[in-house]
Structures are given as C-alpha cells and as structure tokens.
Design a protein around this ligand. Structure first.
Ligand SMILES: Nc1ncnc2c1ncn2[C@@H]1O[C@H](COP(=O)(O)OP(=O)(O)OP(=O)(O)O)[C@@H](O)[C@H]1O
Length: 317
C-alpha cells in the first residue's frame, strides 16, 4: 500500500531543538513466560532512542517486533526490568502512580482503533471536556477549549453534540487526536494511528498530525509497520526487529537506502505495479530472509551477534 510516499519536506528541523526531550536508554522489557517454569520473554532487549521537542521519530517493524511494547513502556504500561526512560531530564521509568499521573498532561497517546478508543456512550463534548474538568479547568474555559480543539482537528462545531458512532473512521481518529491534545502534551505516542483508515483518510490524518506539530511543537513517537507512512511523517526512523533497534537515522536515508537486511526486506514488501519488478522484489526478499535467518542463527549462537545488528554510527540518532 502507499497512501503517501514522499519524504517529509525539510524534515521540520526548524521546530526540533537539539536537546532530547525523551530518552530511552538500554531498555529491557520482560513479560512472564508462557507455561510452567518458562523463562521470561524479553520483548525489548536493550533499546535506546531519543526524541527532541517538535520532532517525529518513526518506529517501524513487523508485527511482534516490540513497537507497541516500547510505546507502552514510555507511558508506564509495560514491565521495565532494565535500562531507563527519561523525560525532560528526569527518570520516569519505575515511578509511582501519583508521579505518573502528574506526567499525563505531557505524555499522551493516540491508539490505532478509533472505534474502540472512544467511549461510545459519551458525546464528543463530554469526551473532550472530561480530561479538562478532571484537571480543574472551569466548565466555561473547558467549553471554550473544546471549540478550539474541534477547530484544530478540522471538525465542525456541531460535532460536539454527537456520539462517536455518528462519525467515520477518519473523523473518529480526529476526535481521539483532539482528546490527546486537550492538555497541551509535549509528546504523543501514536500507535498505528492511521492503520485502520483507508488510503485517502490516512494521508489527511497524517497531514493533520504534521500541521499540529508545526503549530504546537509537540513531539511524536510514531509507531507503524508501514514504511511509506513513516517516510511521510518522520524526521528520523528507528527500525525494530525481534526487540532490538537494528537501524536508525534520518528518515530519508533509512527509507531510501537502508543498510540492514531487515529494513531492506521491509522496503521490498511494498507492492509495485510492474509484475516483472514485483517478481524480482519477491526474489530479493527471499534472499534477504535467508541472510537474516543466517544472522539470527549466528547471533543466537553468540557469534558476532552485535556485528550482525550493527548500524553505521554516522546515521545514528
Ligand atoms: N502483555 C503481554 N504478555 C506477554 N507477551 C506480550 C505481551 N504484550 C506483547 N507481548 C509479546 O511481545 C512481543 C512484542 O509485542 P508488541 O505488541 O510490542 O509488538 P508490535 O511490534 O507492536 O506488534 P504489532 O504491530 O502486531 O502490534 C510479541 O512477541 C508479543 O507476543
């Protein structure tokens, strides 16, 4: 699929400062093993990345590579057993519930499925005013803020009186974005936020994310399995494979001339109209899959594991 194929023009560098706002360092997340006495399963095996204010870092990888786990760890929802996460210089992994609540204005999330992420029994007005009222904003100011939020996500003012089911998928995702924006977050974890949308809605919602970032300076950790989406929205890209980041760097470079065979294989997975080229790409994918399997075997045997996953440091985030 390819709703969007162009690299983000200018990469929004003007908005991004050099100081990292969010830092993930050597992060390890382990889930309990399945079955009696099974060892824990490491979903993240020492992941490091950083995001600056106003920047979008795309996190790409196939299903099960650990993308959502990393997003959940940033939000305090995954069991971190090693490494740490820092926000604005402070460690935020392992903090207590009260400290986490204090962070909820700054760190927000938009999920994949706009059909289940919104309370079906609440009107859009109620969905958007709730976090404001909980934060102690007066009813008058909250109502004013909701009008502003509807404008920001390009929904009509009368949307406020309606229920989520009265909207299309793309419109519902706009409501979810408005809710995430309500307390002026500094970082939004976007977990596959356009995957459930058709191609034209994908492009519109991605452009909305970009517009909002250019206006507010919010940073995104943008999780997707789709390289064309990540190329459109990201300044930098990190590629996840089996719980590790195997390649990272400038979005244009990583998505046009990837170095790691896994990224090369992801790039070749996008269909092309020419059947001859499509066949060639299939053959190339098979060759890369064999190469990856050999690397995995070598890494599993403890021989050259680091080398197998090396990335040109000049491209590093
Ligand atoms: N709560 C959990 N308990 C046990 N294992 C889990 C849990 N959540 C995720 N996993 C496992 O951790 C690995 C990474 O899952 P994760 O959802 O982070 O991957 P992903 O790259 O986001 O995949 P997808 O694109 O399908 O959502 C998978 O093998 C998954 O089965």
């Amino acid at each position: 699929m390819s709703a969007v194929t162009q690299h983000r023009p200018g990469a929004g560098r003007s908005a991004a400062t050099d100081e990292p706002l969010l830092v993930v360092e050597n992060l390890v997340v382990e889930y309990p093993g399945k079955g009696f006495r099974a060892p824990p399963f490491q979903a993240l095996k020492g992941v490091s990345l950083s995001i600056r204010a106003g920047e979008t870092v795309g996190l790409v990888g196939e299903s099960g590579s650990g993308k959502t786990t990393l997003g959940r760890a940033v939000l305090g929802l995954a069991p971190v057993t090693g490494g740490e996460i820092r926000y604005a210089g402070d460690r935020i992994s392992g903090i207590n519930k009260k400290q986490r609540r204090a962070l909820s204005d700054d760190l927000q999330v938009v999920f994949q499925d706009p059909y289940t992420s919104l309370n079906p029994a609440m009107t859009v007005n109620d969905i958007l005013t709730e976090p404001l009222l909980v934060a102690g904003v007066s009813r008058t100011d909250a109502n004013k803020r909701v009008r502003d939020l509807l404008d920001q996500v390009k929904l009509p003012q009368d949307a406020g009186q309606r229920l989520p089911r009265e909207f299309s998928g793309g419109q519902r995702q706009r409501i979810a974005i408005a809710r995430a924006l309500s307390r002026d977050p500094k970082v939004i974890v976007c977990d596959e936020p356009v995957s459930a949308l058709d191609l034209s809605n994908q492009a519109r919602v991605l452009d909305l994310f970009i517009e909002i970032q250019e206006r507010t300076g919010v940073a995104y950790l943008f999780i997707t399995h789709d390289l064309s989406v990540v190329r459109h929205i990201s300044h930098r890209v990190a590629v996840m494979y089996h719980g590790e980041i195997v390649e990272s760097g400038d979005a244009g470079a990583v998505t046009s001339t990837p170095e790691h065979p896994y990224t090369q294989r992801l790039l070749l997975a996008a269909p092309v109209p020419d059947p001859v080229r499509q066949l060639q790409r299939r053959a190339d994918r098979q060759r890369l899959a064999t190469q990856l399997a050999a690397q995995d075997e070598q890494a599993g045997a403890g021989v050259g594991g680091d080398e197998a996953h090396s990335t040109d440091p000049s491209r590093e985030a």
